[in-house]
Design a protein around this ligand. Sequence first.
Ligand code: PEP
Ligand code: MN
Length: 298
Amino acid sequence: MNNLKLTGRKPGEGRSVIEVGGIRVGEEFVVIAGPCSVETEDQTVRTAVAVKAAGAKMLRGGAFKPRTSPYAFQGLGLKGLKILDKAKRETGLPVVTEVVDTRDVSWVGEYADILQIGARNMQNFSLLREAGKSGKPILLKRGMYSTLEEWLNCAEYILAEGNDQVILCERGIRTFETYTRNTLDLSMIPAVKAESHLPIMVDPSHGTGIKFMIEPMSLAAIAAGADGLEIEVHIDPPSALSDKDQQLRPEEFAAMMKRVFELREFMAEKNGEAAKRGDLDNGKGPSGSRDVFADATD
Ligand code: PEP
Ligand code: MN
């Protein structure tokens, strides 16, 4: 891919690690979990405590919600950020929250450990530049109509401002399929790894929009090499003010996390065996396979 001066992976170059509150994204597997929207202190703190107990390493929650309808719940704004801060103080979990307006980047950054740029704003170039100037770690979600090249160029906007702390997140794209909310494009995991050094996470909550698909797609994402997951969890999904059909109850999330850790352990074991045999991916792909990085810098 052309012009990916800063995000493109050069042959032999290692993968980036983004450090957030002692957590090393890209090196350790990271699950970000929490409600779609921050609604009340009780809802957010209880969810935070539950997701931490289940093994999540960061808390998510929207205080600014980009909604399809202007009449739908738009988020609590500053009040929501203060609630997230409370949940952070109670649990120690770093906070991931979305910013939707260039004018808000600097002060939202005072509450967020990671600023999320959502699918609808992926190509908001002013917002990307401002996010770059903020110097904060950025979780950049894939636009629902965007190609890999467009997505990586958006990350490039952030890096071009001197901020190399970018994590990508695949969250599904619009296709002709209507059964799922979006079509979760897991092929982006190996694609991003071939073309870029940035970490790649997966959001199966927005990617499918259907509760029973979140666990199988999470496991598939892990098998494909994802660096982490972003999952929506709510203490009482039917009462949620946004995305109530895709939010897991804490006990459902905890059950899923058991499977997640089992698969991670299984893969670590298998990778250990492969490393001993000498055929582990060493930046050139498994032995005998095509060197994906050779043609990643066309
Ligand atoms: C979200 O994560 O809160 C969200 C709105 O996701 P997306 O931007 O991927 O739709
Ligand atoms: Mn949501």
